[in-house]
Write a protein of this length. Structure first.
Lengths: 208, 333, 333, 208
């Protein structure tokens, strides 16, 4: 992907649309796996949630306005319409946080991405009453932001490595939040499905 | 445990369509969403609106309690799943008569996130709202961590009392205050004997051996506090009541309401056997039972088991509890 | 299928004690028998009394329908067993306000024998009585042998209509006539998916394979007309409605009431799915549904399944159906 | 038993009390068997019904009046109080029919017994809407009445033989009435439990 690979550049709505369609494509391949992972700890709908969210985003992609703030807000509204499961609502929450920081801008410098991720992560943490360290998607997002800080040039690969490390780091810990909390013992040894979902999303951004 | 349905994916939609078709005097589907049920006379101008929301599979909870002196509107998710923030926002708009909207719902992560998001959405449209989360299940967290408890059958009392307060013309602060008091004064615990089947999953939510029961199990099959062999009804009633009383003491002279609720399959006969014991125990404590409820008020489809809720009353709550109300499943006054 | 009870032998007595303790405004135990439940204001001098009787395990049937505008008194047997003639006679005495007593009950051998015996007993005390036996289950005998049919959920309509007629001050002949008309105009059929356990027997009343259902099965597990694989709800609704319509046609312009009833475990959600289909079919026939009932009106404890009742109305029946009535399980008006 | 064995005699309340206590004794031995038989076709309560009825009759035995009509009526009332199952109600019905024919009498000639049985059988048939030939207790009672007609002197033995023959005669037929009707196919090859109950009752009257 042009934006996040090997060079610092400006992000526009074209890049957002491209990212959406890449992720939508990848999510279709992995939905079953995500459902199965979620099924071991929760209600097994995570793959469906992502599919619904990105199918809808792909639908509205061409209509997204150039103003990135408005585009992220429209994306947030679209996601919150088709999904009510935690991951979908958190995704919408994160998009809304990013929207607030981007309003009026048609371009974003790629070095601004870590800040957007942190803003999203912050708002998602408030919404879901989860903290970093609770073994949720938040830990993966935070790791991604930190990787981008230190590797602004080789960004996608750095993010992928960082998320993979985070998955390993948390694998043997207990889930402390969400549906998985009630099976917290069972969650030891299993990856948090939300982190895996985030890994799928960033993986989709790497040029094949 | 077998189910009468067409397409598992259409379970919630077909249920709601049937509900509104059977009782148009109480329930109307929002023109904006087949997952939002609204009282035909809502919004009432100048009155506080009460909305709730939550998963399907708990009838009469949630949407059944839309009605006069009860809720204005309800957003309904798939079986055991939160409705979307979007649907909740639609419900909030349908409940808004200009005097604000109380979001009154059970303390579940998904519902909270979506209702907060919905609140942010309608805030932009100048709809003031407040929140009361019902967290009455004493089995789900200790007294010190009350706020983490799940919301179960106690929410029926909160709906009734908040609805009566709105009907009386109380303002949003006051409706919120009495709803919170009702939620705080309600304590519940359940016992599960056999599971239910979530249509899309097609398999039981949990397993219990033929002679086992689980005290404190949640309405979606969340783990409880103790699994044991099936005990006599009086022992089960005692265990449930003891858990409630040790969390919030009931003293001689107290006035309380009691809800003995079936999780679905457990028949009225057995609820009355449990009720007789609970009534006897409370009588011995010198407490007075007011307007007891025995029946299927908050279910988990065909789950076998029962829950007990004790609501400690004060004169304000008692008056609101006794105020007239009407929906397809409960008429008062 | 597990049960919350103390002593299987005390199931019926403890149930009735709990019922009367919870709802003293509706139900009072006769001082002469713990198996006879009486309306607190019964007998009403100069009004016809309505009594019924039958086995335990069907709540709200039978005793739940004691109430204003409904029944005066009810004799209750053990689970699925007739009460004794002696208890029925006590109920008849408690219902007698000098204007005669209607015995209104389901068409079962044991109940008939005992109610006839009870009639002979109270005759000696100058209590005039009449009989209407509800025989609405179209699955249990052919149209030619209607009188042999079992009485099932249709009796709820007969209770309501007879009760309203008595409340209006009709004389015994007239009350009997409208009750008989209600019984004649009601047709029901059930479908069973899983059995219940009679406490004293401790084992299921019948067995069905995991993917089987039985159309026409009786409320005590009596054989039905057809066992097949479990079908989609709409197909089940169609099969039930077709059986009813082929026995008594419903035409365009007819006004009917419809009861979609759970046998116990089947949740409201699924009843509304069935209702939606039945309403759609009747609508296509041009019939108008009046005051539909969806819920648990006549059960077999925790049996899984549902029944459909169609009551064909005329102006007289419709007025009586809509007349005010009140018991712990059903309020009209 | 004095009355029904080997001679024609007058029956008084003493004989009735004696019969009650003999039957009560015998029923206690056979209640389980009767329940099991009833359980194969019905609700399995027949033994309990008989036990309750005869325990109660034994209790009130000493208080039964000399007037046989009043005594039978009191017995009918007692049975109908403790039992509501078909057999109990039919027994009460039969006793009431016998009461109507005996009112005012303190003695009954043993040759009147067949008539009493027929009157009872007739009323029971009306109450239960069953006919002779439906494979119920009625067929056994009718056979007993006929046996007494032809063997007035060796009455108990004759009745026992007749009832046993009736059981054999009906064994391979279908039950046409009561709870057993719904299992009418299953009833082929099985004795009707009500007939067996009657056999137990008359068997108890034979001197040991
Ligand atoms: N409160 C929360 N805060 C942060 N992340 C959460 C929270 N709840 C769930 N998640 C993340 O979402 C994932 C599950 O998403 P999803 O299947 O949509 O949840 P559910 O179906 O239980 O509502 C979890 O693996 C976790 O990463
Ligand atoms: N309607 C009837 N007419 C004559 N005899 C009957 C009738 N119904 C039952 N019986 C007799 O009673 C016996 C069953 O008695 P019981 O167990 O008391 O019946 P239930 O428990 O079904 O009411 C049958 O074997 C039969 O002999
Ligand atoms: Mg999930
Ligand atoms: Mg989910
Ligand atoms: Mg029997
Ligand atoms: Mg019986």
């Amino acid at each position: 992907m042009r934006v996040l690979e090997g060079r610092l550049t400006m992000i526009t709505i074209v890049d957002v649309r491209d990212a959406i369609s890449r992720i939508q494509h990848q999510v279709q391949q992995t939905a079953d796996d995500l459902c199965a992972r979620d099924g071991q700890l929760g209600d097994g709908d995570l793959g469906i949630t992502l599919e619904k969210a990105f199918n809808r985003l792909a639908e509205i992609g061409p209509t997204l306005p150039e103003d990135l703030g408005k585009a992220f807000a429209a994306a947030a509204a679209a996601v919150s319409k088709v999904s009510s499961s935690s991951f979908g609502t958190l995704l919408a929450t994160g998009l809304l946080a990013a929207a607030k920081r981007s309003i009026g801008k048609t371009e974003l410098h790629s070095t601004a991405v870590p800040d957007l991720l942190r803003a999203a992560c912050q708002k998602m943490s408030e919404r879901g009453s989860a903290s970093l360290g609770d073994k949720t998607v938040l830990d993966a997002i935070d790791a991604a932001a930190r990787a981008l800080d230190s590797h602004p040039k080789d960004s996608v690969s750095a993010v992928i490595t960082a998320v993979d490390e985070t998955l390993s780091l948390f694998r043997d810990r207990q889930c402390k939040i969400g549906r998985a909390r009630i099976f917290s013992d069972r969650s030891i040894g299993l990856d948090d499905p939300g982190m895996v979902a985030f890994r799928v999303m960033v993986g989709a951004l790497k040029s094949s | 445990m077998k189910k009468l349905l067409n397409d598992p994916a259409a379970y919630a939609d077909e249920t709601l369509a049937g509900l509104c078709c059977a009782h148009p005097e109480f329930y109307r589907l929002s023109p904006e969403s087949p997952r939002v049920v609204v009282r035909p006379d809502s919004p009432v101008q100048g009155r506080v609106g009460i909305v709730t929301g939550g998963g399907s599979g708990h009838l009469p909870v949630f949407t059944g309690y839309v009605g006069r002196g009860l809720l204005n509107a309800c957003a309904i998710g798939d079986v055991f799943a939160s409705p979307s923030a979007d649907e909740m926002a639609i419900a909030m708009r349908a409940a808004n008569g200009g005097a604000g909207v109380l979001r009154l719902y059970g303390n579940y992560g998904g519902d909270i996130m979506n209702f907060e998001m919905a609140g942010e959405m309608v805030e932009l449209e100048d709809i003031t709202s407040s929140t009361v989360k019902v967290a009455d299940d004493v089995a789900s967290a200790s007294t010190a961590e009350r706020a983490k408890r799940r919301g179960v059958a106690g929410m029926v009392y909160a709906f009734k009392i908040a609805g009566a307060a709105a009907e009386k013309g109380f303002d949003l602060d006051k409706v919120t205050r009495v709803a919170q008091k009702a939620a705080d004064n309600a304590r519940s615990i359940g016992v599960a004997l056999s599971p239910c089947i979530v249509p899309k999953a097609g398999k039981p939510t949990f397993t219990l051996q033929e002679n086992e029961m689980e005290i404190g199990m949640g309405i979606h099959g969340e783990p409880g506090v103790r699994r044991s062999e099936l005990k006599p009804a009086n022992v089960v009633a005692d265990e449930m009541l003891d858990a409630i009383l040790s969390d919030g003491a009931v003293k001689g002279g107290d006035r309380v309401s009691v809800l003995v609720n079936s999780l679905g399959a457990t028949p009225l006969e057995e609820l009355y056997i449990l009720f007789a014991r609970v009534a006897d125990r409370l009588d011995k404590l010198g407490a007075q039972i007011v307007m007891p409820l025995v029946g299927r008020y908050a279910t988990s489809m065909e789950m076998t088991g029962a829950s007990l809720t004790v609501l400690i009353l004060d004169p304000e709550l008692e008056e609101l509890l006794r105020a007239p109300a009407e929906c397809a499943f409960w008429k008062v006054g």
